[in-house]
Design a protein around this ligand. Structure first.
Ligand SMILES: C[C@H](O)[C@H](O)[C@H]1CNC2=NC(N)=NC(=O)C2=N1
Length: 99
């Protein structure tokens, strides 16, 4: 069972995750993409999530995609979430998505 991080630890981790916001409950990234690009990015993120067996909640809005990440089994942010955020950010950089 992964260990829940405290607020200071999450804050430190977020310092290395540009664009990500959040607290000990969950971390979140909102990007401005639309249509096919949003579909492609979401599918790629879910493939990575399946590889990790650790999943974000993906919310689609008009021109936006929001990733919300926390460890459901412990009810807060753990290192698994920080790793998933790192991988999502890497995918977005590789896809040329600015955020
Ligand atoms: C059975 C499976 O390993 C668990 O349900 C995994 C799946 N993906 C998950 N994703 C997230 N974000 N939190 C979890 O606790 C979690 N648990």
């Amino acid at each position: 069972m992964p260990t829940k991080l405290d607020t200071a630890e999450v804050t430190d981790a977020l310092a290395a995750l540009p664009g990500w916001l959040g607290d000990a409950d969950r971390i979140q990234l909102r990007i401005m993409v639309d249509g096919d690009e949003a579909d492609a990015i979401s599918a790629e993120v879910m493939r990575t999530a399946d590889e990790m067996d650790h999943h974000p909640v993906i919310d689609r809005g008009p021109g936006t995609v929001t990733f919300t990440v926390w460890t459901h089994s412990v009810g807060g942010v753990t290192n698994l979430d920080i790793e998933l955020a790192r991988r999502i950010s890497a995918l977005l950089r590789a896809a040329g998505v600015s955020y």
